[in-house]
Unconditional design. Structure first.
Length: 125
């Protein structure tokens, strides 16, 4: 399970840092990726920049966890809470018909994998 945790959190690091950097520096591209308006206003672009900064932080925490999951059991649990809250938010977005499921699917799968690892992983003492 340790190897699976390292792989999933390593993938989460790459995914969150990649999307976070693009959100931070090219928010209009991420808005287009999430089926947003072609000419987003400054408020929407600012929101995606803030999202990008938070995703970068989550990616860095994931990298730290993937380096040694046994050393970071508290961070592992906190990432599980963050994944659960992310799934709740995406559920609200989907059921309000704000975004199609295809747009959200990759992030939903990643968050479920993180939750499975957090629930199933028992750090060695």
């Amino acid at each position: 399970m340790r190897l699976i945790a390292r792989i999933i959190f390593g993938f989460n690091f790459v995914y969150q840092c990649g999307v976070g950097v693009v959100s931070l520096f090219l928010p209009d591209n991420i808005v287009a990726l999430y089926s947003g308006p072609t000419n987003p206003d400054n408020f929407l672009m600012s929101a995606f920049r803030i999202l990008g900064a938070n995703m970068l932080f989550g990616g860095i925490v994931s990298a730290y966890i993937s380096w040694n999951p046994d050393k970071n059991p508290i961070l592992l649990r906190l990432m599980g809470i963050l994944s659960f809250l992310t799934l709740v938010c995406w559920g609200i977005v989907y059921f309000q018909k704000e975004l199609p499921l295809q747009t959200l699917l990759l992030d939903i799968v990643v968050q479920f994998l993180i939750l499975i690892v957090v629930i199933g992983y028992k750090p060695s003492k």
